[in-house]
Design a protein. Structure first.
Length: 149
């Protein structure tokens, strides 16, 4: 990558590549939209706005993980979640983690209930994300929302 994208945890976005269904990623992220706006959740531990997402559980598919994390963190549901890219993240200890990014349209806005992972949930236009948005997530939103699924 030509840009150096590092988030608040010291994780570095190494590359965005085509999704490979033969590879089970370690984690999934969701770019969920409503009326051309992107939904983010606020992580109180990191004081950052983030895409919903998390680690793939044992025996779980990346698609199921994306649906579960979207529901758990935001309380929202999507009519469709499509894989749009895989990403490689470099961790501060030098290891690399493989993730999958999904995109979908929210079926309707449901009232948000704060939970252990998120204390707020809102939507923004992709060009006007809050300053406290995690750097990798902001980059993914800017570069993957305009591409066809």
């Amino acid at each position: 990558m030509s840009e150096d994208i590092v988030n608040e945890r010291g994780e570095r976005l190494l590359s965005i590549i085509a999704s490979d269904p033969a590879v089970l990623p370690a984690f999934a992220l969701v770019i969920a939209t409503l009326d051309d706006n992107v939904m983010l959740v606020h992580n109180p531990r990191r004081a950052a706005w983030e895409l919903p997402g998390g680690f793939v559980d044992a025996g779980e598919t990346a698609d199921a993980c994306a649906c579960r994390e979207l529901r758990e963190e935001s309380g929202q549901g999507s009519a469709d979640l499509d894989s749009v890219a895989d990403i490689l993240i470099g961790l501060p200890d030098g290891t690399v983690r493989h993730g999958r990014v999904f995109r979908g349209t929210l079926t309707r806005w449901r009232p948000f209930v704060p939970n252990l992972e998120a204390d707020d949930c809102r939507t923004w236009h992709a060009s006007d994300l809050p300053a406290q948005t995690s750097a990798i997530d902001a980059y993914l939103v800017r570069h993957l929302t305009s591409q066809p699924a």
